[in-house]
Design a protein. Structure first.
Length: 165
């Protein structure tokens, strides 16, 4: 399933204004146009309070091989594998933890096109990204004691699940 999973205390998660600035620059073209992304997913203080309301966290990693920095097909294949793993994990985990917070890699991809400004079609399944919640992935990896990079010609996608017993 995942290449690696790491348990952690959600209290170590710290939002970074710099990450939101990247979102505001709208590189992905969904800022203010997707229910799962900033600013619609909540302010940084709201996101931090929400993340810190959970007792447990799991960082989920999928690492794959790529041919080089320009290997778009390689990136896409590893991302697809990661998302499939994440969706399977969520479906199973929701049975015992229906109120968990699931933060993925990139914005929500459940619908091809977000319904915004109309109401979300699947609010119970909507996934925000770790970045959307203001998390700098490199800092999260360092805080939980895992690697951010596994060397040349690899790519790693991250997601996390925050939950209470």
């Amino acid at each position: 399933m995942f290449t690696k999973t790491t348990d952690f205390d959600p209290k170590i998660l710290k939002t970074e204004g710099q990450v939101r600035t990247w979102c505001e620059n709208n590189v992905c073209h969904v800022y203010g146009k997707n229910w799962s992304c900033p600013p619609l997913c909540g302010s940084l203080p709201e996101c931090e309070v929400k993340m810190h309301s959970f007792e447990h966290g799991i960082l989920l990693e999928t690492t794959g091989k790529i041919k080089g920095k320009l290997d778009v097909l390689g990136y896409t294949a590893v991302e697809k594998q990661h998302l499939n793993n994440f969706y399977e994990f969520i479906a199973e985990f929701r049975m015992t933890h229906p109120d968990a917070l699931y933060l993925g890699a990139g914005g929500c991809k459940i619908c091809k096109n977000c319904a915004y400004p109309e109401p979300c079609r699947f609010p119970e399944r909507r996934l925000s990204s770790m970045e959307g919640y203001g998390l700098l992935i490199k800092d999260v990896c360092e805080a939980v004691g895992t690697s951010y990079s596994y060397g040349d010609k690899t790519i790693t996608y991250f997601a996390c699940v925050l939950y209470n017993d």
